[in-house]
Write a protein that binds this ligand. Sequence first.
Ligand SMILES: Cc1ncc(COP(=O)(O)O)c(C=O)c1O
Length: 400
Amino acid sequence: MPFGTITITDKAKRLIAEILASSRISNGKYVREFEQRFASLFNVAHAVAVSSGGDAVALALSVLYDQEIDRGLGYEIIVPALSFVATGNAVLQAGFTPVFVDIERETLNINPSLIEDVITARTAAVLPVHLIGKSADMEAIACLANKYDVAVIEDAAEAYGMGYKERHFAELSHMATFSTYIAHAVSTGEGGVVATNNQCYAEILRSLRSHGRACICESCMLNTQEGAYCQKRFAQGSDKRFVSERIGFSSKMNELEAAIGLGSLDEYSEIMAQRYRNLAYLKDEFRKRFGSYFCIIKQSSDEVIGPHAFPFILKEDVGFTRTQLMQYLEQNSIETRTLFASMPTQCAGFEFLGYELGDFPEAEYVGENGIHVGVHQDLTMEHLDYFIEVMKKFLEEHIR
Ligand SMILES: Cc1ncc(COP(=O)(O)O)c(C=O)c1O
């Protein structure tokens, strides 16, 4: 039972052949089409495609440097302690200091009641993560952000298909970022997207993904028309195409990736239907059969959890360890992932920030006891039943 999959449709294969034959591979008309369709699918005004979900977070944060946030002054971003490490890496890569906050075990998300205590004059933004498709409490976060006039950027890498009170991504935030890596419901192989309703942010993002260039018009930025000439290029004397306005990244999506992405957007409803079905089935089975051993995340009546994966957490003193269980599952061909880690206290790269083990008890508990398995579109009922059978056998052998 593999953790992730990628859908590469026949149409995507035809587009890829056409792109290869044309030799026009870098960021061009298919990237533009992918962005437009992504934006309309998620009801946002603008989608900007980049190289990865991690870059999407770093670029979104970097937009803040155009918004009265001074790069040299040590601004901070408030982040949940528990996430895939890309979230914390991106904060540092964008030149900010992460300020970590513990999570709630039953939601896996930042604990909103702990945020206000760490907001200071140096706070530039709050960066909630909708971990494994469970919505962070955006209303509480937006309310605090308004009160203290700080930005909100959602890390929605794992949130395709998530619904909360009919709200859209980037409705209660300045920008929402996505990953289109292979295990995700919308996939380009490698890639990411920043979604926003603010045109000015979208323009800055287009500049940021291309080294901070000044001119973001189609003929300078996109490989769409052969021989296209930008009228503004020499209007102010020097060549505007090579004027750098801000510290940028090299983070463009290419046409081959966009072609794969267009195929996955074509099949989005079918992909999601399979994923919702798989997630609901595993949740029900776990609740019925294994409820004494594992916690599964809380779902309220006004939300839909995005079907990214199925997470479960060992309860205290269950009589077996996570390693024993993961090893058993892997030996029986079921791919598993830990449920990430407390970035500041369980990931060596963050040690220099000076946090200590014990600072984030909930994140650390999940970091030691959480597991997630796939619910993707290529998993059949046979796969899921096999997984449940293997779980049953494990418990029979380990619980006396
Ligand atoms: C919460 C979260 N943020 C960011 C990322 C980074 O995405 P990518 O692997 O495309 O860089 C991921 C990856 O899946 C993720 O799970």
